[in-house]
Design a protein around this ligand. Structure first.
Ligand code: XMP
Length: 486
């Protein structure tokens, strides 16, 4: 038996010591970071490959904001490839799936939908998704009260200016200006809606040069794969669909079968960007780096929905796991980034993870409450919530079993349920609105943190970093205290 003398530290165990700063404004810092040696991001944040966090909608929003999303793997290869294509087809100035309403719906329903989604108009679609009209808030407000249905108040399709899905931003701008339009529906030759360009989004996208885009100007994204022969095919299909990066993600990444898979992937797809994990030790990170990973994902059990440490007794507190893994990468002689995965509760945790040596962080449950995460919101005690579940939770395990077994296995036996040993939980988190708003707060905190650290770049933040271990009293003092917050 061996007991490491070093104490394992996590986010709440430490604070960063303020440094003399040459920075006059939070705007003077550069938050860009390497995801892998070949891919840089303007903001060092990744949405987790969990089935309650990242599918195409989240990946699109993350890339538009300058981060990246990793599509989870708990679906068929074809479904996952479709998700990849969806992101790759999305463009920063096109709303892929605008709010829609059928023509026979009432005006009151249209108003409610516009309020709920905070939009200024709805596309009116037939059951086969053909565009039949456009209804704006103005139409609704000015419509005589005698009008009952959307069909009566909308501008019908034949009077609308539309464009084809392949339109360029410059051409869209010209049409919007020439016809003094707010909205330009995109329709296929068959008249089916393929997206919507709004003047506001076009202006915003021009103002947002930070989106993560590939060489062809398409949004960047990643896709997760597991270990096994079938997963080699998954990797091939996902790369063919255009994924920028593959994330080889298993619970215990420092395992022979994970290392073998990584070597096989490297051989089969020499040009692919490969992230591998999860590990939490110097040796684990070194071995993955030596096996050919382009970035190492670090975290055994820090996640909000994880119970691995409780169920198995294994894990390393996250700040220590990051610093150890960074040392392991150095041991390998390779210069590849470390991703801190799990346990990020606040922007302060993000700053601490980067200061400890991570290049980016991966976030799960904090994003699960967003509009863009998969699944609808639920109402509890009059408040909106969304569901988050660990990928090793009972529900996720049974969901996978069902998907793998097809329809015949939809009714699992009690025995099936009893066989699962969950290492994660299912939970609800408050609905948090759009992920862009959360990212704004996170990046604002990071910018501020970098100025406390006297750092213009994330590399400087790491070089300047000096942590101080704190006590329970220090933690209490760090939060607002002795006041009733409003
Ligand atoms: P946060 O704290 O951001 O963490 O919600 C997200 C990360 O947690 C990991 N994860 C799990 N770990 N059991 C675990 O032990 C699980 O069921 C589970 N599901 C997700 C994963 O690394 C994710 O990115």
């Amino acid at each position: 038996m061996k007991i490491r003398q070093q104490k394992g530290l996590t986010f709440d165990d430490v604070l960063l010591v303020p440094k003399r700063s040459p920075l006059r404004s939070r705007r003077d810092v550069d938050t860009s970071a390497r995801l892998t040696p070949a891919i840089s991001l303007c903001i060092p944040i990744i949405s987790a490959n969990m089935d309650t966090v990242t599918e195409a909608k989240m990946a699109i929003a993350m890339a538009r904001a300058g981060g990246i999303g990793i599509i989870h793997r708990f679906m068929t290869v074809e479904q996952q490839a479709q998700q990849v294509s969806k992101v790759k087809r999305a463009r920063s100035f096109v709303v892929e799936d605008p709010c829609s309403i059928p023509p026979e719906a009432s005006i009151a329903e249209a108003t409610r939908l516009m309020d709920e989604h905070d939009v200024g108009g709805l596309v009116v679609l037939a059951a086969d998704r053909r565009l039949v009209g456009l209804l704006t808030r103005r139409d609704v407000l000015l419509a005589p009260s005698s009008l009952a249905s959307v069909a009566e108040a909308m501008t019908p399709a034949e009077r609308l200016v539309t464009a084809t899905p392949a339109i360029s931003p410059a051409e869209a701008q010209r049409i919007l200006y020439e016809h003094r339009l707010e909205k330009l529906p995109l329709v296929t030759e068959e008249g089916v809606l393929a997206g919507l360009i709004t003047a506001q989004d076009l202006i915003k996208s021009r103002k947002n040069p930070h989106a993560s885009v590939d060489a062809k100007g398409r949004l960047r994204m990643g896709a997760a794969i597991g270990v096994g022969t079938a997963e080699m095919r998954r990797a091939e299909v996902l790369l063919a669909a255009g994924t920028d990066v593959l994330v080889l993600d298993i619970a215990h990444g420092h395992a022979d079968h994970c290392l073998d898979m990584l070597v096989a992937l490297r051989q089969a797809f020499p040009a692919a960007q490969l992230i591998a994990g999860n590990v939490a030790t110097r040796e684990g990170a070194r071995d993955l780096a030596e096996a050919g990973a382009d970035a190492i994902k670090v975290g055994i059990g820090p996640g909000s929905i994880c119970t691995t440490r409780i169920v198995t007794g294994f894990g390393v507190p996250q700040i220590t796991a990051i610093t150890e893994s960074v040392a392991g990468v150095q041991d390998s002689g390779r210069d590849i980034p470390v991703i801190a995965d799990g346990g990020i509760k606040t922007s302060g945790d993000l700053v601490k993870a980067l200061a400890a040596g991570a290049s980016t962080v991966m976030i799960g449950s904090l994003f699960a409450g967003c509009e863009e995460s998969p699944g609808a919101h639920v109402i509890r005690h009059g408040q909106k919530f969304k569901v988050v579940r660990g990928m090793a939770s009972l529900g996720a395990a049974m969901g996978r079993k069902q998907a793998e077994g097809g329809e015949n296995e939809s009714a699992e036996s009690q025995e099936d349920w009893d066989k699962v040993v969950p290492e994660g939980v299912e939970a609800v988190v408050p609905y948090r609105g759009h992920v862009r708003e959360i990212l704004y707060q996170m990046v604002g905190g990071l910018r501020s943190g970098m100025s406390y650290g006297g750092a213009r770049t994330i590399a400087e933040l790491r070089t300047n970093a000096e942590f101080i271990e704190i006590t329970a009293a220090g933690v209490r003092e760090s939060h607002s205290h002795d006041v009733n917050t409003v």
